[in-house]
Design a protein around this ligand. Structure first.
Ligand SMILES: [Zn+2]
Length: 178
């Protein structure tokens, strides 16, 4: 995996509005990636398939996933400051820009049912198993966006598959936040 972004400059780390986020972002990407990779082996192999799948799903769906960190890193490097996972807002948006009244969600293509190649793939047995769960996630996402918009928040959803093309993503984020 190649990092496309230049390292954050010293001055940005631990700024008053956002203490520690720069440092956290630099340290955490590799750690999280390792954790995600090893998550597959959390449950011993002699457990049932379903139990293993549930454990993997819990591990993989945790916060601070690599796509989310990629977006945070990009947004941070563009000079925007934000709060993370504000619990008082519907859906606990991943990035919250309070004064702009804007939020960004970073969605994994599979679990949130994106219509892209990643979201639509997976073994058929796997889709039969998780299909209802994914439909539920999609419906819930839609409800939460509607609630947020009703409260006057502008929302942007960034899909996991979009985080590999950083130039396009940067344009979208700038357009949304400016
Ligand atoms: Zn996708």
């Amino acid at each position: 995996m190649i990092f496309y972004l230049a390292p954050l400059s010293r001055g940005e780390v631990g700024s008053r509005s956002d203490p520690g986020e720069g440092l956290l972002l630099r340290q955490s990407i590799e750690t999280k990636r390792r954790a995600e990779r090893s998550a597959v082996f959390v449950v011993p192999r002699n457990h049932s398939r379903a139990a293993r799948r549930s454990a993997n799903m819990r591990a993989i769906r945790s916060k601070n996933t690599t796509p989310e960190l990629t977006v945070r890193r990009l947004v941070y490097s563009l000079g925007y400051r934000y709060r993370l996972h504000r619990k008082d807002l519907p859906g606990k948006p991943d990035l919250v820009f309070g004064t702009r009244r804007k939020v960004i969600f970073v969605h994994g293509c599979y679990w949130h049912g994106h219509g892209c190649k990643v979201g639509g793939t997976g073994a058929k047995s796997n889709r039969d198993y998780w299909g209802p769960k994914i439909s539920g996630n999609k419906a819930r996402d839609k409800r939460r966006l509607a609630e947020l918009r009703k409260l006057g928040w502008k929302c942007l959803v960034v899909w996991e598959c979009e985080t590999s093309g950083l130039r396009g993503l940067e344009r979208r984020i700038r357009k949304f936040l400016d």
